[in-house]
Design a protein around this ligand. Structure first.
Ligand SMILES: Nc1nc2c(ncn2[C@@H]2O[C@H](COP(=O)(O)OP(=O)(O)OP(=O)(O)O)[C@@H](O)[C@H]2O)c(=O)[nH]1
Ligand SMILES: [Mg+2]
Length: 396
């Protein structure tokens, strides 16, 4: 799938470049980047009592249920009775909304939606721990009437598989999953949803079952800017997600490269032209957060996976991943790194397309290459950390 989002202001950037209005170029690019990074995304999680709503809210934010400070309260007796918002720890523009189940309120579906303030949500996830109920379906129909999207999630699949394995002599995971899916779909059809889609998940094993499918579906159905925000904010629970994050970040490098070219920077030995070290440090810091390689994210990952933090850190190879990013560190990395890995032609192809004046070409190329190289390094480390966290073979 195409994960690249181009900013609709590209034409204005080109025009400003042609007119040599560098201040306007910088301003417009900043606007683009703001849109790409700060577009709000509000996700509503609803469903029956004890279905795992709050746990799902937590895992989507990369937060462990046991994290008393930040986690949405969960447990066998903790009932969500109020609409509560939980901002994503790294992206304040992304908010997960833990809603009380419609069954735990006295509202009919339309009043329930009014009560929870449906308008602000980009989409709804309706969770059920077994078959879906009339309430779920009425809610889904009302959500649709309001012009919003909903997705059915069947939770705690790990429990079902464990139970089946204990009680069936010929246990087969695929067969059991197919049965659960079939059962949910038939139930929903009976209640009036013509072609339902149900995603089978375990919040404790997000990398298994249908989470990938759910993620792909959301990506497909969201408007471009929201899709980009969702992708960056999602926990890196699959190699595909890591790869898509990398592509999305790669697509933005041109903006930073233009910025660097118009603002000018410091000449670094071994680099063919000036680059803006401070800006590069800022962008690389953002890459670390997107890939979950910053210390707070790693600590949360260690807690969720129970893999010691030091073991996770030990598989990271790049000094950029292991240390706090400072302009000095970036400078040092640049000095002893071969930045010619990316063919000059590949980058220079962008120059006429973007309308970058020849005088700025070299700076553009340098920054483009530097950021691409750093992005590659960090994406590789993200893969290693992901494999370590899941106990996969990390030898490279
Ligand atoms: N095995 C398993 N247990 C889960 C899963 N998701 C949630 N749980 C457990 O189910 C219980 C209820 O989870 P919550 O997240 O509190 O459910 P909830 O829908 O927010 O519950 P209420 O707010 O009471 O309506 C907790 O003990 C969770 O640990 C899952 O995917 N697998
Ligand atoms: Mg709850």
């Amino acid at each position: 799938m195409d994960t690249q989002v181009d900013c609709e202001l590209m034409e204005e950037i080109k025009e400003a470049l042609q007119n040599n209005d560098l201040l306007l170029v910088a301003e417009t690019i900043q606007k683009c980047l703001d849109k790409l990074n700060n577009t709000p995304l509000n996700i509503a999680i609803t469903g029956g009592s004890g279905s795992g709503k709050s746990t799902f809210v937590n895992v989507l934010r990369g937060i462990d249920n046991r994290d008393k400070e930040r986690a949405a309260p969960t447990g066998v007796v903790e009932t969500t009775s109020e609409v509560t918002s939980y901002p994503h720890p790294n992206y304040p523009n992304v908010t997960l909304w833990d809603l009380p189940g419609i069954g735990t309120t006295t509202f009919p579906a339309d009043k329930y939606l009014e009560h929870v303030g449906f308008d602000k949500f980009d989409f709804f996830i309706i969770i059920s721990v077994d078959r879906f109920r009339e309430n779920d379906v009425k809610l889904a129909q009302e959500i649709q009437k309001m012009g919003k999207k909903f997705y059915f999630v069947r939770s705690k699949i790990d429990n079902n598989l464990r139970d089946e394995e204990r009680s069936q002599r010929k246990f087969n995971e695929e067969t059991t999953l197919a049965q659960i899916r079939e059962n949910c779909i038939k139930g929903l059809q009976k209640l009036g949803i013509e072609t339902p889609q149900v995603f089978l998940l375990s919040s404790f094993d997000l990398h298994l079952y249908d989470f990938r499918l759910l993620e792909e579906t959301l990506e497909r159905e969201l408007p471009a800017l929201k899709r980009n925000v969702l992708l960056l904010a999602l926990p890196s629970v699959s190699l595909e997600i890591i790869n898509k994050k990398k592509e999305a970040l790669q697509a933005n490098i041109k903006y930073y490269a233009i910025l660097s070219a118009v603002v000018g920077g410091v000449p670094v030995p071994g680099i063919s032209s000036a680059v803006d070290i401070g800006m590069i440090a800022g962008v690389v810091t953002q890459y670390k957060v997107v890939f979950g390689l910053d210390i707070p994210s790693l600590e949360r990952l260690a807690q969720t996976t129970r893999v010691p933090l030091d073991d996770l850190r030990a598989v990271m190879i790049s000094p950029l991943a292991a240390k706090k990013i400072t302009p000095d560190l970036v400078m040092k990395e640049l000095q002893h790194r071969d930045m010619s890995v990316m063919a000059a032609e590949e980058v220079s192809r962008c120059i006429p397309i973007l309308g970058i004046p020849a005088a700025m070409g070299l700076s553009f190329i340098s920054t483009y290459r530097v950021l691409s190289t750093f992005l590659d390094m960090l994406a590789d480390d993200a893969e290693r950390v992901f494999k370590k966290a899941l106990g996969l073979n990390t030898s490279v």
